[in-house]
Design a protein around this ligand. Structure first.
Ligand code: ZN
Length: 257
């Protein structure tokens, strides 16, 4: 087993909570590096809450949610990559598309070269994919994605009604076979997971499919999306969404990672 010999510091808090609106909180793991630093979106309902994705799972998340919001949310996974589903095993309600292997995920790694090889990435990743440790005894070499039990199977067109939260499930394969996005038809907000974000789209991972990715993005372009809340990087409006989609479709994935 690999042991990290890097003197990584231990921050006072692992997760960063940012209230975006009265009912929406962005949760991040600022000490996770590069492509593994994901956005978790917490939607506050009147009596029940919903969380979109749950981070790497290097330290407990549910107790912090209980402390901050007074209850455990329903967890919806946009897909089963390590940076989105790591903490899923902590949740009582876990909803995902059946083509994502939430109950048998890829083991993952926080050792850059190992993860790059597993994912078939051409780029070089740093030895440690964390720049801090969640607690003093933490050894990044022991990291494995823990399986979770899906409690609801999501399909394209499903309406998620959690209290007064209402989102439409869009099955948009390409990045992964069962990637979904969640669309709020009322205000035009799209929680896009890794279907689209403002960076190079990863379309050659194990399970990726460039043809399906292009098809999914064409479908997304026709939707009345006003604001995208992605799985990585910052939020963006309709013009940026269309620009990112058109950029991808112009290349059709050719020459990308
Ligand atoms: Zn992903």
């Amino acid at each position: 087993m690999r042991r990290s010999t890097l003197p990584l510091p231990v921050p006072s808090e692992w997760f960063r909570f940012t209230a975006v609106t009265e009912r929406l909180t962005l949760i991040e793991e600022p000490h996770v590096r590069g492509l593994l630093r994901a956005n978790l979106w917490h939607l506050r309902g009147r009596r029940r809450d919903l969380l979109v994705d749950c981070g790497l799972g290097v330290t407990a998340l549910v107790p912090l949610l209980r402390e901050r919001f007074g209850r455990e949310p329903v967890l919806v996974l946009t897909h089963a990559h390590l940076d989105h589903m790591g903490s899923a095993h902590e949740f009582g309600e876990v909803w995902a598309h059946p083509l994502e292997h939430v109950d048998d995920p890829a083991p993952g790694s926080l050792h850059g070269p190992t993860l790059a090889a597993d994912l078939g990435l051409a780029e070089t990743l740093p030895p440690a994919l964390l720049n801090a440790r969640p607690h003093g005894g933490y050894d990044i070499g022991t990291y494995r994605v823990r399986p979770a039990t899906p409690t609801r199977s999501l399909a394209d067109g499903d309406i998620l009604e959690v209290d007064d939260i209402r989102l439409v499930v869009l099955h948009l394969p390409g990045h992964s076979p069962g990637s979904i996005a969640l669309f709020d038809e009322h205000d035009g907000t799209l929680f896009s997971g890794d279907v689209i974000y403002d960076d190079v789209l990863l379309d050659s991972l194990p399970g990726s499919d460039r043809g399906r990715y292009a098809h999914s993005l064409r479908r997304l372009r026709d939707l009345p999306v006003r604001l995208t809340r992605p799985g990585h990087e910052g939020s963006f409006g309709k013009d940026r969404l269309h620009h990112l989609i058109d950029d991808y479709l112009r290349d059709e994935g050719g020459g990308r990672r």
